[in-house]
Ligand binder design. Structure first.
Ligand code: SF4
Ligand code: SF4
Length: 316
């Protein structure tokens, strides 16, 4: 039975569409935005920026998305998938079905719908500082809700749970306090990444120049030395973020960025996926990119490791 006949039999209204042609290249890893909807409105969110293809609200039903993910997996050899949103747990049944298609999966969630139990896979849970500062960014009551979900889960269920803080100029002063707050929580590790601005972003989230960010990177390196097992980062990769060398890993327009070797799948206007310039969207400022994953990947490349090492894949 053909895919569309199966869809009809299953009562699926929309016809299954063939995926967008993303060329013949191979992608070990891809990222899929399973929903544009989110129950939070974080101040540093890159998903809902103007320049990103986020206007259609979930124009892909489950059957279509799974069909296209399956075909893209087979065409491009995708082994590892990052499920993001919006808030992916709003479409949790779709996420759990989609996870069956790939060897290694990561769900990036705000944690307010509970922590999914996905043995053998990774769940990245976002908080942006201790309770007060994090709630100022993510919304009142979110910190306690996430904390409760972390403590209610079964820590022996085989799921790797990584807590992640996005560092901005707005919350950087709370870095050490956050580590002290969560260091004894039942999590697999703690990850940090820095804000990735748009080109015209002059907001209070961005450091005036990269030397301001350097001071925070240095503090993070000190924390890594203090808590080597807890903090999921390589000192050498963090050193590559420093302002005097960061362009070596990035390039003015992202031409050196290893993260662009993954395939970011946003929901397009026509019920098919659309890819953005990189996983952070379209109008990004590579010169000020603070994505730890970029520098982690560059670090591994410098070591001669040719695989893909996303922090969120648990293989730092
Ligand atoms: S939880 Fe994530 S997707 Fe939702 S607003 Fe915050 S950063 Fe954006
Ligand atoms: S913004 Fe960062 S992740 Fe995106 S292409 Fe530029 S350097 Fe790479």
């Amino acid at each position: 039975m053909g895919a569309n006949a199966k869809a009809k039999k299953a009562g699926v209204e929309n016809e299954l569409k063939e995926p967008t042609d993303f060329g013949e290249g191979g992608y070990v890893e891809a990222q899929v935005l399973v929903t544009n909807a989110c129950n939070l409105e974080c101040s540093h969110c890159f998903v809902f920026r103007e320049d990103n293809p986020n206007s259609p609200r979930d124009k892909m039903d489950d059957a279509n998305m799974l069909h296209q993910l399956r075909l893209l997996r087979d065409k491009h050899g995708i082994k590892s998938m990052l499920f993001v949103g919006g808030e992916p747990m709003i479409r949790k049944d779709l996420v759990f079905e989609g996870m069956k298609l790939f060897d290694k999966c990561t769900i990036v969630t705000n944690g307010t719908y509970g922590i999914p139990s996905v043995p053998g896979h990774v769940v990245v849970v976002s908080l942006d500082g201790p309770e007060g500062p994090s709630d100022a960014i993510r919304g009142a009551g979110v910190f306690q809700k996430v904390k409760q979900a972390i403590f209610e889960r079964d820590p022996a269920d085989g799921t790797s749970v990584i807590m992640q803080m996005v560092l901005t100029r707005q919350n950087e002063e709370h870095l050490e306090a956050f580590v002290e707050e969560v260091k004894d929580w039942p999590i697999t590790g703690l990850a940090f990444t820095f804000y990735v601005p748009n080109r015209d972003d002059r907001s209070s989230l961005v450091w005036r120049d990269l030397r301001g960010r350097d001071r925070v990177v240095e503090r993070l390196i000190a924390l890594k030395r203090r808590y080597p097992r807890l903090i999921k980062a390589h000192v050498a990769a963090l050193e590559m973020m420093m302002s005097d060398v960061c362009m070596d890993a990035v390039g003015e327009n992202g031409e050196k960025c290893q993260l662009r070797k993954s395939l970011p799948l946003y929901m397009g206007e026509n019920g098919r996926f659309e890819r953005t310039f990189c996983c952070y969207g379209n109008d990004v400022d590579c010169e000020r990119c603070g994505s730890y994953m970029v520098f982690n990947q560059a670090y591994h490349l410098a070591q001669g490791n040719l695989g893909h090492f996303p922090i969120t894949g648990g293989t730092i």
